[in-house]
Write a protein that binds this ligand. Structure first.
Ligand SMILES: [Zn+2]
Length: 302
């Protein structure tokens, strides 16, 4: 049995016809973890629905009412997703999932959420496949519950974590770091540290810039790190033109998690984006992130 549980919900699998967001990726990663002996069924734990109070840590009541009522309004219409009960439930479970991974991180130093990382959601509106910002809610919850005085968000998704950056723009206790492709969606907000990369950037330059970013993150002395491990910087992703290889992304995961492990900073790992031309590649990449996290979890609890 693993030292910490892996958080997953069957609600993350939502049938979407011909959508770039392949929701089956989560269950495919879970199946592979079991098939290849990295985890057993009892190593997984399912989140429950979050309370209204939890959602209100970040989101406005008006927006939550529209969302839960499935009302297509200015607040809900920008998700680029259908507004269905299944998708809203998926978003709700994702919020509790990241919070549950935080609880695991406090026990086992690393908490793995096989989901989450919905960093484009704003307090009062949806955006970019994201209805609810589980990352921001988790950071707020950690501070509210006193488990960390300072939280850093390390967002390595292809896209800037615009929602998260906006939410914490005036919050000195949360450091937002985003390393992303500059000239694509979204319209940029100001993170504590943004590293915007040119299209075509490959492993070597990416990892050098990431190292520079992590040095600044660590200077902030966070007591908790939330890792947004989107795998869309991959060279064969549909949505971007960064040129990272699978090996490069594995080094990225190892670098982020290794820094946390070395300094004994609890880390919550979320999956976020990944839209490779072949879904098997997306699954490979998220799988890499999870097994890297499992490796460090075992070392830290060995
Ligand atoms: Zn993305």
């Amino acid at each position: 049995m693993l030292p910490g549980k892996i958080v997953y919900s069957p609600h993350y699998l939502v049938r979407l016809e011909n959508h770039v967001y392949q929701t089956e990726k989560y269950s495919l990663v879970k199946d592979r973890l079991i098939r290849e002996g990295w985890a057993k069924e009892e190593d997984f734990i399912e989140p429950e629905l979050p309370s209204e109070e939890t959602l209100l840590l970040v989101h406005s009541r008006e927006y939550l009412n529209d969302l839960k009522g499935l009302r297509f309004t200015q607040r809900t219409c920008r998700a680029e997703l259908p507004l269905t009960r299944d998708l809203v439930d998926s978003a709700l479970y994702s919020v509790s999932g990241t919070i549950l991974a935080l609880e695991e991180a406090l026990k086992a130093r690393i908490g793995i959420h096989l989901g989450g990382g919905h960093h484009h959601a704003f307090p009062d509106h949806a955006e970019g496949f994201c209805y609810l910002n589980d990352v921001a809610i988790c950071a707020r919850q950690a501070i509210a519950k006193g488990v960390a005085e300072k939280v850093a968000i390390v967002d390595c998704d292809l896209h800037q974590g615009n929602g998260t950056a906006f939410i914490f723009q005036n919050e000195p206790r949360v450091f937002t770091f985003s390393i992303h492709e500059e000239e694509i969606y979204p319209k940029k907000e100001k993170s504590s540290l943004d590293i915007g990369l040119n299209g075509g950037t490959g492993d070597i330059e990416y990892l050098r810039e990431l190292e520079r970013g992590l040095t600044e993150v660590l200077r902030f002395q966070p007591e908790l790190i939330i890792y947004v491990g989107g795998v869309d910087p991959f060279r064969y992703d549909k949505l971007g033109s960064l040129k990272l290889t699978k090996e490069g992304l594995l080094k990225r995961d190892s670098m982020v998690l290794g820094e946390c492990a070395q300094r004994r900073i609890p880390c919550v790992v979320t999956m976020a984006g990944g839209y490779a031309f072949k879904v098997e590649d997306t699954v490979d990449l998220h799988f890499q992130t999870v097994i890297t996290a499992i490796r460090f979890m075992k070392i830290l609890n060995g």
